[in-house]
Design a protein around this ligand. Structure first.
Ligand code: NI
Length: 147
């Protein structure tokens, strides 16, 4: 990289990569629906990595969604899920609950707050016995998305 690379200027670099890995990467790009070429794909990967790193800073402000599927007949799971959520009223912006069938519930939480609090909440909820599937998807707020 050159010494001076301000915003908007493009730097060029070469990388060494196993042929098979590159072929798989090219095939993925060729399938479409994502980045148009290698350069764009690699820029996306680097940005995603930077955002992910930023989310690990405990004071970073994040927004996210937590999706859970659970069986509401499992012990007192519903009550325990509720008890945890009542300790994070500042972080939980909105919740949606769908009764999927006789046994299963889908719950989606919209979250906003300090990364450490949001991840802590997700860990507590997803760690409860009876939660069958769960996933936290986080994005940083605008400040770190500017790059
Ligand atoms: Ni339900």
């Amino acid at each position: 990289m050159s010494g001076h690379t301000g915003a908007g200027e493009l730097a060029r670099f070469s990388i060494a990569i196993p042929e098979e890995l590159l072929a798989a990467f090219d095939a993925q790009i060729a399938r479409g629906g994502g980045p148009a070429n290698r350069s764009e794909a690699i820029r996306d990967l680097i940005r995603a990595s930077l955002v992910k790193d930023e989310l690990r800073r405990p004071d970073a402000e994040v927004i996210g969604s937590l999706t859970m599927i659970y069986g509401h007949h499992t012990g007192d799971l519903t009550r325990r899920l509720d008890a945890v959520q009542h300790d994070y009223t500042a972080e939980i912006v909105s919740t949606m609950h769908v009764h999927l069938d006789h046994h299963n519930c889908l719950e989606i939480l919209a979250l906003r707050g300090q990364g450490s609090r949001v991840y802590e909440l997700a860990d507590k909820l997803l760690g409860l016995r009876g939660v069958k599937h769960g996933e936290l998807t986080c994005a940083a707020t605008e400040e770190s998305l500017e790059r």
